[in-house]
Design a protein around this ligand. Sequence first.
Ligand code: BG6
Length: 462
Amino acid sequence: MSNFDSDALVFLGATGDLAYKQIFPALQGLIRDEGFNLPIIGVAKSGWTLDQLKARAKDSLEKHGGLDQQAFEKLVGLLRYVDGDYNDPETFVQVGRELGQAQRPLYYLAIPPSLFAPVAENLAKLCCPGNARVVVEKPFGRDLKSAQKLGRTLHQYFPEENIFRIDHYLGKEPVQNILYMRFANPNFEPIFNRDHVRSIQITMAEDFGVQDRGKFYDEVGALLDVVQNHMLQVVANLTIDPPTGEDHDAVRDRKAELMRAVRPLTPDSVVRGQYQGYRSVAGVAPGSNVETFVAVRLEIDSWRWAGVPIYIRAGKMLSVTCTEATVEFKRPPRETFGELAPGSSAHMRFRLSPDLVIALGVRVKIPGERMVGHDVELELHRQAAHDLPPYQRLLGDASRGNTELFSRQDLAEAQWRVVEPILGNVTPLYSYQPGTWGPEESAQLMGRDGHWIDPVVQSLNQ
Ligand code: BG6
């Protein structure tokens, strides 16, 4: 099923962390599973040779997902390397030489965001006159203004349908399953609205720190690293109106509409935290006020969702590694059985990582004479981590020109509008101990709406 209509892949940042952890494994997967057969031109400024890049690819595959000898040999056969500075036009002239007759290359910008605009410009002007596509890593801009500016720069050289703003959460099987469950069944959609839903909460917990990404992370923090993008995309999947039509824009239209209705955050709807020890991570400024934990309360000003609070918390160095969304339904309008402590309300739970779980929480009667019950959870579906790694899915889609699972300029801007008022570390920063659920202050954010649901991680065998 090799239906890639790009005719070369240029990936900038070839010696970097993302290439090492994600892109080489994705390329091996595309070659092995999908007959990917395009010239692959790595570009970086590291003073490396092609052989060093091949050795790096081998090491990457051995550490991330496993090396498949046959596919690896094909990969190194396709691989070329251009070593050069991104500010030097000669680098792009060389890339152009490597591209030869290619008319539709795919440029993958796995480079620091500050370089997106100049590099896109150099690629478009100096490399290939054809109909190129460009994949841009997150964050797309630093705020609304810079995202708009970046959009304008990219649009000068690439039409919107050739721009792929990547958010790897969209390539995740469990994230897609939220949409699928909602719209492939008749029973959930009628209750996903303010009449039935009391609140929604999403926890993205990681039990590790910022590792060797101190410099990158200290420029973004949890809000821009995962909330402005991954978490808002999950919110969108949980709350959009049913899409109509089947083209690439059907879902993106609904998402853009939804995101425009999300009320911009205010300082009192945010709690930020920083784990103890963060400031001594290499690359982090000694007095850094950047958050490694953030909790927010969102509201959607739409007919469907008005008044339903949506809570998101995301953090590093928490108790477990797990991402989970829970939709809590309202209590019945009347306590028919007069129970004094009628338990929790019904809920629907979507576990997005480390495995996929979809579960329904309901109340059932305890056997006996009295009409008294307890809470049980029905697990509708459980499946091990996604088969297709998100980067493989997304790189394959981009090479085929399928924009469906990528963000769009209007959507990216709407996401920035949500976080814009709280950018720049304007709210207090609370310290928390590694291995906890973040600063205690995050509990207060919920007020009378309830409490955070801490995901419990069990292995699939339990
Ligand atoms: C990335 C963030 O986008 O997503 C990381 O930069 C985070 O900080 C990662 O750890 C989480 O994604 P996944 O797929 O590993 O759950």
